[in-house]
Design a protein around this ligand. Structure first.
Ligand code: SAM
Length: 276
């Protein structure tokens, strides 16, 4: 069940969850990336083609409000679908998932009203990623947004999706969680760090100062990604808060350099837009 902070969106009466102002940056970059990658997507769309999917594994309800305001915005499943539709290269399937059934159903209803070819899952991201890896068309082009809370991202999610030949991932990695909770997590025998980057303790020397141990941890995670066949540059885009504090990275994890190139363009263009 959606928690008590959920509010009905006045436009449709369905739940919207609170988000920080910074969610706009995430959605703007997601939109830009989907627009910029339309040329490649186009090659997979049409009669006899394998298709191009958008997978939103932690999709929430599809609408959100900026905390402390009455401003309602689209959430990632709606941003992703409408970006593809509006640039005239629509995804052939939109796979959505959230462990919260009420939020998932709201996202499904909203996408259906927008004419999206939506496929609803519903469960733990790890199990759904495994199902998708077996059931999706192996010849299609896949793009997955992985947007969990904090560092609560089991590496198995990425491992399952990596078995698809043509898949690129946009992953939310919480810089704030890593920074704030590093000391506590490293003292726990089992912490989110162990889910996020299995066996990291064999690779990161905890005797070194925190400020160098954390980058080593991130480097180790990048090494795990490379071992799964993500050959493109793993590119981090830092999203900061209103006081310039690091909040999270959006990380493009790509099988092919062209996706990295698109992401580079999206982040550069996104920054230019913010400057003026
Ligand atoms: C940060 S929100 C997603 C926001 C959304 N991507 C957007 O930008 O509009 C994270 C979502 O993950 C869901 N969630 C948390 N743990 C999950 C899990 N293990 N599997 C699937 N969904 C989960 C939560 O219910 C929540 O809706």
């Amino acid at each position: 069940m959606a928690d008590s902070e959920a509010r009905p969106d006045p436009t449709d009466g369905l739940p919207a969850m609170p988000v920080g102002e910074w969610a706009r940056d995430k959605h703007a970059l997601l939109k830009l990336y989907i627009e910029i990658s339309r040329g490649v997507r186009k090659k997979f769309i049409g009669a006899g083609k394998a298709g191009a999917t958008f997978i939103d594994l932690y999709c929430a309800s599809g609408r959100a409000y900026i905390r402390g305001t009455d401003t309602f915005i689209d959430g990632s499943p709606l941003v992703g679908w409408t970006a593809s539709r509006d640039c005239k290269v629509p995804f052939t399937q939109v796979h959505i998932n959230d462990s919260d059934r009420e939020l998932l159903d709201a996202a499904g209803t909203r996408l259906t009203r927008l004419g999206a070819p939506v496929v609803k899952h519903g469960g733990e991201a790890l199990a759904v990623a495994e199902t998708l890896s077996k059931e999706l068309n192996p010849y299609a082009l896949h793009f997955a947004l992985i947007d969990p809370f904090n560092l609560m991202l089991p590496f198995g999610v990425i491992r399952h999706l990596a078995s698809l030949k043509r898949i690129d991932l946009l992953v939310h990695v919480s810089a704030m969680d890593l920074q704030r909770n590093w000391a506590r997590y490293t003292q726990q025998t089992r912490s989110p760090l162990d889910e996020f980057a299995p066996s990291w303790r064999n690779a990161v020397d905890l005797a070194q100062p925190e400020d160098s141990a954390r980058p080593h941890f991130v480097q180790y995670w990048i090494g795990l990604l490379k071992s799964l066949g993500f050959g493109g540059e793993v590119r981090f885009e830092l999203i900061t808060g209103s006081k310039n504090q690091p909040l999270y990275w959006l990380v493009l994890v790509a099988k092919h350099e062209i996706a990295t190139k698109f992401w580079k363009t999206a982040t550069q263009y996104g920054k230019t837009q913010q400057m003026f």
